[in-house]
Design a binder for this molecule. Sequence first.
Ligand code: 6PG
Length: 232
Amino acid sequence: MTATDIRVVMDPAAEVARMLVDVACAGGQIALSGGSTPQRAYEIASESDADLSAATLWLGDERMVAPDDERSNLRMVRTALTDRLPEERRPRLMAVDTALGPDAAATAYESLLWETIGRHPRLDLALMGLGPDGHTASLFPGQPALAESHRSVIGVAQAGMEPLVARVTLTLPLFNRAREVVFLVAGADKAAAVARVFGTPPDETAPAARVRPGAGKLMLVLDEPAAAELGL
Ligand code: 6PG
């Protein structure tokens, strides 16, 4: 059972930004969460004067929209992080080909992972978000994606929450092989999900509760409002 390092801090984004920069400076393979919570962490990381060019950034999941669509996670990461860095210090950012359908895009992204890291890819860091329904990446409650036990990337025909577009998501086998998984969670609206996923015992119907890196570290970095129902 993975022990979770739980850190309740005033500024979770700043804490996670430091971790992101450290792993990136070491040339890590890093999966980034999408959505809104991590944006400030990426902006803080972009203010670092560190050289992140040895790192490779992956998208933990992607919405099947055009790269310039405001719902695109690629666009969010470019805007908050990579485009803010001078080119010589910029990490590689691996885009999902959203011009394809979700299944074809997932197959292509998995091939990119294999070419870059190898056939049994192991991430150095996976930054994860948490939805109020307990989803993480695009692993939504009750969906077939949760049963995937071999592939590293799969398509999701219908998202379980807004934006209700098809997705591509990294899978539990890939996340659970990571050297370190860090959940960044903020806000009172996530308190119930945090208690379900990180409480004792965890509610296994919540997809995020299935992210337990067997040989890696699991960390939860959150603010007081998000920790309110954890009973710490
Ligand atoms: C996405 C994310 C998703 C996100 C949670 C929390 O593409 O939407 O990867 O899993 O992390 O939905 O999103 P917020 O941080 O916006 O609450």
